[in-house]
Design a protein around this ligand. Structure first.
Ligand SMILES: C[S@@+](CC[C@H](N)C(=O)[O-])C[C@H]1O[C@@H](n2cnc3c(N)ncnc32)[C@H](O)[C@@H]1O
Length: 266
């Protein structure tokens, strides 16, 4: 197995920073090498610089996306940070009146966050109109989100009642899996969106935006640009959720903190 030199690591680091805003610390050297190693084996390449040159060739767009997928970290699970879902239910949805409710799970990963929210919306808004947009940079996780099939392990925080109402248990060879039901899936759309790029003009406005567990990968300058861009799509009075392990201190003056990790747009 070839070793990744410091120069090679720095090429990948500079690339993913420029493309996705992801700021890889030097301590991620081994992780990057091991994630990309299988692609070197696949092409039978002798060095990481050969692979770098291969993905930078404009004719290799699919491999380029595959490399981006490998350099993102997609850890997620149903009802992660449960207090956010409680706040959504008690403080936002109970008071919701009128037109269609629109929510954006920006950096949705494989969809667990968007579908957790969808179950809460289905419970709280009943017959009212609502829709969710889930977006991510990685096409691999977006495909998983669209398929909406998950393993039955790591669902400790998914309530049994919601599981029975909105999920279909797999049978026979699919025994350890479940699928989000059609009623929920039809209200949740997934699309590729790079937070580093201008927003698509037709994205519209949202009442709530979840941007959780992605700002940790960005430096302050990138955080400012990304947050500014995302909240331009938030309605005044709309809510913005980040993770409890993240902070918006000195990032924007357009949001007021309602609770730690929950903000409202002025
Ligand atoms: C750790 S996951 C967070 C998933 C979910 N929001 C949660 O809190 O469980 C971070 C996600 O951010 C995505 N991501 C990283 N940089 C991005 C960018 N520039 N544009 C869009 N998504 C990005 C990654 O692909 C990954 O799926």
């Amino acid at each position: 197995m070839p070793t990744m030199t410091e120069v090679e690591f720095n090429d990948f680091k500079a690339f993913i920073y420029q493309h996705a805003g992801i700021d890889l610390a030097p301590s991620k050297h081994v992780m990057v090498a091991s994630r990309l190693n299988k692609r070197l084996s696949y092409y039978q390449l002798a060095s990481y610089s050969e692979y770098f040159n291969l993905v930078m060739d404009p004719d290799n767009k699919d491999e380029f996306q595959l490399m981006v997928d490998l350099l993102t970290t997609n850890e997620t699970y149903f009802f992660r940070e449960p207090k956010h879902f409680e706040f959504l239910k008690q403080e936002i949805l109970k008071r919701w009146r009128g037109r269609e409710f629109r929510l954006w799970s920006a950096a949705s990963s494989s969809g667990e966050e968007a579908y957790s929210i969808a179950m809460i919306l289905a419970e709280s808004l009943a017959a009212k109109q609502w829709q969710i947009l889930g977006t991510d940079l990685s096409t691999k996780v977006l495909l998983k989100a669209q398929q909406a099939v998950y393993m039955t392990d790591r669902i400790e925080l998914l309530d049994q009642h919601l599981m029975q109402k909105y999920c279909l248990k797999g049978v026979r060879t699919q025994e350890n899996t479940f699928r989000i039901n059609e009623r929920i899936r039809q209200r949740v759309r997934f699309k590729q969106l790079n937070l580093m790029k201008p927003l698509p003009p037709k994205i519209g406005k949202f009442d709530v935006i979840f941007l959780r567990n992605v700002l940790i990968y960005f430096d302050n300058e990138t955080k400012k640009k990304v947050v500014e861009r995302i909240i331009s799509a938030l309605n005044p009075g709309g809510y913005f959720f980040i993770s409890h392990s993240e902070t918006l201190s000195r990032i924007t003056d357009k949001l007021d903190m309602v609770k730690p990790s929950i903000y409202m747009k002025r």
